[in-house]
Design a protein around this ligand. Structure first.
Ligand SMILES: NC(=O)c1ccc[n+]([C@@H]2O[C@H](COP(=O)([O-])OP(=O)(O)OC[C@H]3O[C@@H](n4cnc5c(N)ncnc54)[C@H](OP(=O)(O)O)[C@@H]3O)[C@@H](O)[C@H]2O)c1
Length: 230
């Protein structure tokens, strides 16, 4: 595939590395220098691009998504912190017959973790003596809190817990790798499920896989829908 990378920061660079390793080529890169307000994303600059992978900032994601969707470029969105506008993006994708996959977390391990948490919540919610909790920790550079991944976990727990569902507790310090912990605590015992990201490679590999999976599709998908359908 010929890929465009939108947001050439820590994730963008790692995605370039993994994409080339998997035999794709990166034909265009956009960052704040050439795309401050989305103006770099044009029919000319994206000519011949099969898919774009967007990992920028919560403030810039929406303008980039809008331009990519309107230009008909299949798009993978890894940026978090814009989900308040998800409904608006769904309508935009539908109106343009476009293709977009978004994911709060593109690691395959986290997507399996999501399934485990949903199942565990369904089991524990039957026993009122267990209180659920949700804690997420990240490095000090992360801009949004709670993390997009924690918001997904909270939503999954809410399916079983309703009003008793916990809100995520967030911690930002130093260089902590992304860590998400879900627990169920009773007077007698405590059960915890923890996912710790060891590097950014898992996210980058998942994002490149998402670009491969969105090719020749139409509509808007959450990453796990494509991952587990493959
Ligand atoms: N879904 C997942 O699996 C996953 C995994 C990891 C991270 N993330 C999310 O991905 C996003 C990026 O993370 P990161 O660690 O790569 O952050 P980062 O290193 O800060 O990279 C963000 C990049 O976007 C650039 N940028 C700013 N405005 C832009 C614009 N208008 N168009 C294009 N690029 C622009 C920034 O440039 P300047 O630095 O020059 O401003 C920077 O290079 C965050 O929202 C993070 O939470 C998601």
């Amino acid at each position: 595939m010929k890929l465009a990378i939108v947001g050439y920061g820590k994730m963008g660079r790692m995605i370039e590395h993994i994409a080339v390793e998997r035999g794709h080529s990166v034909v265009a890169c956009f960052d704040i220098d050439n795309n401050q307000r989305g103006e770099g994303l044009t029919a000319e600059s994206l000519a011949g691009v099969d898919a774009a992978i967007e990992f920028s900032t919560p403030e810039t994601a929406l303008q980039n998504i809008r331009r990519l969707v309107e230009l008909g470029v299949p798009t993978v969105v890894g940026t978090t912190g814009w989900y308040g506008q998800l409904e608006q993006v769904k309508q935009l994708v539908q109106a343009n017959n476009a293709a977009l996959v978004w994911g709060a977390n593109f690691s395959i391990g986290v997507n399996l973790f999501f399934k485990i948490v949903r199942e565990a919540s369904a089991l524990f919610a039957r026993y009122r003596e267990y209180d659920p909790f949700l804690i997420e920790q990240h490095h000090k550079f992360k801009k949004d809190a709670p993390s997009g991944t924690a918001l997904v976990l909270a939503r999954l727990m809410q399916e079983s817990y309703g009003e008793r569902a916990p809100e995520a507790v967030s911690l930002r310090a130093g260089h902590i790798p992304g860590t998400h912990e879900v627990g169920f605590d009773s007077e007698a015992d405590s059960i915890t499920l923890t996912h710790t990201a060891r590097s950014r490679e898992g996210f980058a590999a998942g994002a490149v896989l998402a670009a491969e999976l969105i090719m020749n599709k139409q509509g808007i998908y959450e990453f796990s829908e494509l991952l587990f359908a493959a």
